[in-house]
Design a protein around this ligand. Structure first.
Ligand code: GAL
Ligand code: ZN
Length: 680
């Protein structure tokens, strides 16, 4: 039976290579017994599948597949290219990546490969195809996870000779002529003119900063390199497996170094690995504003807004239900503090994923490993093979399964889109202008504001189709091009609202400043120019005046821009600077055009200020703001279902669409709304 991505599936990976064969059948039985029907195998097992070059041993995996097939599991196989075997790296040391210090990486961990190495590509294609040939005909094998966490474990950048050669080819495709490249990169600056393609290298180990256009192109190139490496494997498999097999890779949520939208294009569905307590540490500093500490209840459940953003971004990769390919199901082992997990967390994470659009949740992992690198990581079973918290909570989902399945039948539909661009992220990383100007944090301000108001949102890449939305928010559209600007303007004229923020339209796609007045290509949309801009040190803010309630506190700080309305009809100033060098200049403008409007928010807003803007704009565009959620309570909708999840330990209440809900600590309320909105 093909894997039905429109329905709910729960699962758990299984590592037959970690356990005596005599245990496999017991493990398959208890996994099935707690309601799991999907497993994933083999994503790190290359050395066992191909013990020496071109000699394959599938017998053990055949038997593991037999055991899980007998229990009725649907099985995803991982291509094992995230774990190159020792023989491969030793025989072909040129497959090992070179880091930004020019050092060759060693074997012994994982992901030690260069995606541009011709040898690695050949051997990866061969193992993928061999697995496809072996398992394509088995009905219980339903799909594939390509590799594991592209870019993880410090593997997103390689600077080896193969990469540099491929980079030159990539540049020839992009620029055609050296003249075009020299112009785009501005190589007359600091005497960098290239007279031959072979002179171009990687942007590392430079004295002073490397060229920003070259650095951005290298990021795009490495991202494309993994796209091509993934495609090589998908193509190899598609040649030999049945057409109904589906393909994914497990993304890493808010990981920044590869363009997940690009990687997702060749996939049938998106999935990610969700570790909420680790992500509080890993992503807290790149999402929460300084001073907005991670809430105290978050230490053993994570921060639901951070986890939620990663869920929504993953759903946005295909604009369709996604999977959590690895769901934390106990404590983890890889952060600075690997906090304990209290009862209730795993059920809450399951519902949270489902509420954001997950249709598959695969609990990591079956049992805590005894030896090797992840021995401190929990599993559903303890080291001694007895049930741990994860086992108990997954078992306890049984009475809720019917409701979960009903929810999963409805793809989430949001009316607000939040633009998310890896190019902008990288360009701002290369030149933040104040070191803590972090793209994801600016996205997070608006995301947190929307979630606080209980508004569902889709994350969309630049240039995405906007027809389904009423409001589009681009916290910055830093590298927007003319085509995107035209699309946004058409969207506004047709009745949509566009909200853009600081540094929008400032750069070309080649990461040079625009020669037009700011906001560059967005000037016609915004109806105002940015006449002054700059960073402010911590603690300095300019007071704002204006008619919009909620903007005053704490004034405009961090990054500010002065706006000059253009001589166009229908431009309104909603806020102005009341003090500082730009006193009297506009800070927030609203341009009415056609049936819709465009707002420019001329400073880096605090969450409450973003909410003030949303409270004005959303209702004007028929997106109701129904609630105001206390910290720790989150709200999501799928079709007719409204779900409220309480991540704190104490009861919380909220009024949604006129009805008051009280949600006990660490609990969930799911309500089928009588006046369910259109479930398109
Ligand atoms: C993931 C990875 C898994 C395992 C897990 C531990 O990032 O895909 O293989 O290492 O982390 O939390
Ligand atoms: Zn390389």
């Amino acid at each position: 039976m093909p894997l039905d991505l429109s329905r709910l599936h729960l699962g758990c990976p299984y590592y037959p290579e970690h356990w005596p064969e005599a245990r496999w059948a017991d493990d398959a039985r208890w996994m099935r017994g707690i309601g799991l029907t999907v497993t994933r195998m083999a994503e790190f097992a290359w050395a066992l599948l191909e013990p020496s070059e071109d000699r394959f041993d599938f017998a053990w995996l055949d038997r593991a597949v037999d055991v899980f097939a007998a229990e009725g599991f649907q099985i995803l196989l991982g291509t094992p290219t995230a774990a190159p075997p020792i023989w491969l790296s030793r025989r072909y040391p040129e497959t090992l990546p070179i880091d930004d210090q020019g050092r060759r990486r060693n074997v012994g961990g994982r992901r030690h490969y260069c995606p541009n190495s011709p040898t690695y590509r050949t051997l990866s294609r061969r193992i993928a195809r061999a697995m496809g040939e072996r398992y394509g005909g088995r009905p219980e094998i339903v799909g594939w996870q390509i590799d594991n966490e592209f870019g993880g474990s410090g593997s997103a950048r390689c600077y080896c000779e193969h990469c540099v050669t491929s980079f030159r080819t990539w540049l020839i495709e992009r620029y055609s002529t050296l003249d075009a490249l020299n112009t785009a990169w501005g190589t007359d600056f600091w005497s960098q003119h290239y007279a031959d393609w072979s002179e171009i290298g990687a942007p590392i180990l430079t004295n002073n900063a490397a060229n920003p256009a070259q650095t951005l192109d290298y990021a795009r190139f490495m991202s494309d390199s993994f796209v091509r490496f993934q495609r090589l494997q998908i193509e190899a498999l598609r040649e030999v497996v049945p057409a109904e097999h589906v393909f994914t890779t497990n993304f890493m949520g808010l990981f920044t170094q590869l363009d997940s939208f690009e990687l997702a294009q060749d996939l049938d569905w998106a999935s990610w690995d969700s570790y909420p307590t680790g992500n509080v540490f890993r992503w807290g500093a790149q999402t929460r504003n300084p001073g907005d500490l991670v809430p105290p209840y978050a230490f053993d459940v994570g921060d639901p807004i951070i986890t939620g953003l990663a869920h929504d971004l993953t759903r946005g990769l295909k604009q369709a239900p996604f999977w959590v390919m690895e769901q934390q199901a106990g404590h983890i082992n890889w952060e600075s503090v690997n906090t304990l997990i209290r009862p209730g967390a795993i059920r809450l994470w399951t519902w949270h994923a489902l509420a954001h659009g997950a249709n598959g949740i695969v609990y990591f992992r079956e049992r805590a490993a005894l030896p090797a690198q992840e021995q401190y990581h929990s599993g559903l079973l303890k080291h001694d093979g007895t049930p741990d918290l994860g086992y108990r909570e997954v078992s306890a989902l049984a009475p809720e399964r019917a409701l979960m399945e009903a929810v999963a039948a409805h793809p989430p539909r949001a009316r607000v889109a939040l633009r998310y661009s890896y190019d902008d992220l990288w360009a701002l990383q290369i030149a933040p202008h104040r070191k803590d100007f972090i793209y994801q944090r600016l996205i997070f301000v608006w995301y947190a504001a929307l979630k606080h108001l209980g508004v569902d949102v889709d994350l969309v890449p630049p240039g995405a189709a906007l027809d389904a939305y009423a409001v589009v928010i681009a916290p910055t559209a830093h590298l927007a091009d003319a085509a995107e600007a035209a699309g946004l303007e058409a969207f506004a004229r047709a009745g949509g609202a566009v909200i853009v923020g600081v540094r929008s339209g400032a750069k070309t796609t080649e990461n040079a400043f625009t020669a037009q007045p700011l906001p560059g290509v967005l000037g016609g949309l915004v109806g105002a120019n940015v006449s002054q801009w700059g960073a402010l040190p911590d603690g300095v803010t300019f007071e704002l005046t204006g008619e919009l309630p909620g903007l005053a506190e704490p004034g405009a700080g961090f990054w500010v821009e002065a706006l000059e309305p253009l001589p166009v009809a229908d431009i309104r100033v909603l806020a102005a600077y009341a003090e500082g060098p730009w006193a009297g200049h506009s800070a927030l403008t609203e341009h009415t055009l056609g049936q819709g409007r465009a707002l420019y928010v001329g400073w880096y807003p605090r969450q409450a200020q973003a909410e003030a803007v949303l409270r004005r704009v959303l209702p004007m565009h028929n997106v109701p703001i129904e609630t105001d959620l206390p910290p720790g309570l989150v709200l999501n909708r799928r079709g007719p279902y409204t779900m409220l999840l309480n991540f704190t330990d104490w009861p919380l209440s909220a009024t949604v669409a006129g009805e008051t809900f009280v949600v006990p600590g660490r609990d969930i309320v799911v309500r089928r709304m009588a006046d369910a909105r259109d479930d398109r």
